[in-house]
Design a protein around this ligand. Structure first.
Ligand code: 5AD
Length: 467
């Protein structure tokens, strides 16, 4: 892990004072461009970074060339994700050079899990970077930018004693509205599981749950600004055990009940549980330190389906984990066929620095590539079959934002399949009954189901393509 040369623990919080962080001395709003890589928590964190900078005069822009401050909120989960950052930094260096010719400065910050894992190394590899800030210390961004303006590069990869959530500015109503009717809220962060392939415990840190009152206050504020759907997020969200209003710990179930009572919230989701199976081979699961077996997993699936036959299941898979034989791999494919997933993400194993599996015997790249292809074929087959079953079904869909073509909005089915719906833009935020009229091959198209459909607040139909 990178050495910390960042702020001291007793640094004043961002709330304490409005700090002048305009390195050019120019007045007026400065433009902020934030790019998120990887997981949904990064999307959430990126919003919170913008929120923390807004009181300091930063306004978000979607055009990187206009930006005075560029933040790359990075992902370290696989090597490919991490390397993307350096190619982006190459492009930003050119922008910065061009801006400098017009005496305009562009400040560059690298945030997120690459920042946490690589720290100083980022500045060595890409001197264009002014600030490196980890996922647990971005509440200090205003102070870090001020320090970078005075001293040059700043690296803060502390796991601070103070909780960033106690120091983050709430989003303005306008910012929330601009982000749409569906919002993420972090309720749990970090992981104590230490799967042997995974960097998360090192980059996000130990498992922490936010207190119930904090989560409720955040959701209430979002609801007041027009948000209709909340996804509670955490790296291992079902490990949630935040302090309740009277001090006792609450489970995720209890939290969901409470958040569900908030006026205006019509949809409640949560992700990610620790359910992704990763492999169908017990030998590989043991090597991964997954603490479940194939039989245990299949048993859980059976119980879930007995309780809710309409359940749709998705999963994550890694192929080519160190030591994976053809036989092990085949067990993954047979598991996919046995469960019949509605969809799945699959990845080639990527050795991550500092994780135990990175030191083990690696599977050759070509083998990983063909296995990934074979697995994805199996997954695609099941996904297409699952999607096909939706044809003619009627779902309640929250219309979220403009769709693929003019005259279309996009929302999601109860199974999270994106559905392109022919509907006018003023219907964004409404929950409508949509009948699936076309499937092509992984996209669902739907039409509104008559005027009665416009009654808002209905629960998902759960007509069951999963059965
Ligand atoms: N290599 C490949 N895939 C990985 N994942 C996590 N770590 C690695 C790695 N080192 C995948 C897992 C996880 C998903 C978020 O990313 O499948 O569930």
């Amino acid at each position: 892990m990178a050495e910390t040369t960042g702020m001291s623990r007793d640094a004043p919080s961002a709330r304490a004072a409005r700090i002048d962080i305009d390195p050019t001395g120019m007045s007026g709003p400065r433009k902020l461009f934030v790019k998120s890589y990887g997981c949904q928590m990064n999307v959430y964190d990126s919003h919170r970074m913008a929120d923390v900078l807004a009181p300091h005069g930063y306004v978000e822009t979607a055009a990187v060339e206009d930006a005075d401050l560029v933040i790359l909120n990075t992902c370290h989960i696989r090597e490919k994700a991490a390397e993307k950052v350096y190619s982006e930094l190459g492009r930003i260096r050119k922008l910065k050079d061009a801006a400098a010719r017009h005496r305009r400065d562009i400040v560059v910050a690298v945030a997120g899990c690459v920042a946490q894992a690589e720290g100083e190394e980022i500045v060595r590899r890409a001197p264009v970077v002014d600030v490196v800030v980890g996922p647990q210390s971005y509440h200090r961004l205003p102070a870090l930018l001020a320090r970078a303006a005075r001293e040059g590069h700043v690296v803060d990869t502390d796991f601070p004693i103070e909780d960033k959530f106690d120091h983050l500015a709430a989003p303005s109503r306008a910012a929330t509205r601009a982000r749409g009717v569906s919002a993420f809220v972090t309720v749990q962060e970090g992981c104590d599981k230490f799967c042997s392939f995974c960097v998360v415990p090192y980059t996000r840190g130990a498992e922490v749950s936010r207190p119930v009152v904090q989560v409720v206050a955040e959701v209430e504020r979002l609801a007041e600004a027009g948000v209709r759907e909340i996804t509670l997020i955490g790296q291992n969200v079902n490990a949630y055990h935040g302090a309740g209003p009277r001090g006792a710990q609450w489970t995720l179930g209890r939290l969901l009940q409470r958040v569900g009572e908030i006026d205006g919230i019509a949809r409640l989701r949560y992700t990610t549980s620790h359910l992704p199976v990763q492999s169908g081979s017990d030998r590989i699961l043991a090597g991964m330190n997954r603490r479940h077996t194939r039989a245990h997993y299949l048993g859980v699936v059976e119980r879930l389906r007995a309780a809710r036959p309409d359940l749709a299941l998705t999963s994550d898979f890694i192929v080519g984990f160190p030591g994976e034989t053809e036989e092990d791999f085949r067990e993954t494919v047979t598991l996919v066929d046995e469960v019949g997933f509605a969809g799945a993400f699959s990845f080639k194993y990527s050795p991550r620095p500092g994780t135990p599996a990175a030191l083990a015997d690696q599977v050759p790249e070509e083998i990983k590539a063909t296995r990934l292809q074979r697995l994805q074929q199996a997954i695609d087959r099941h996904q297409a079959a699952f999607n096909a079953r939706a044809l003619g079904m009627t779902f309640d869909v929250l219309l979220e934002k403009p769709g693929r073509h003019p005259g279309q909005l996009v929302g999601r089915s109860p199974y999270l399949q994106p559905v392109q719906v022919t509907a006018s833009a003023d219907m964004i935020g409404e929950i409508v009954a949509v009948t699936i009229s076309e499937i092509a091959p992984n996209s669902l198209f739907g039409v509104l189901d008559g005027p009665a459909a416009r009654a808002a607040g209905r629960q998902p139909a759960f007509a069951s393509p999963g059965a």
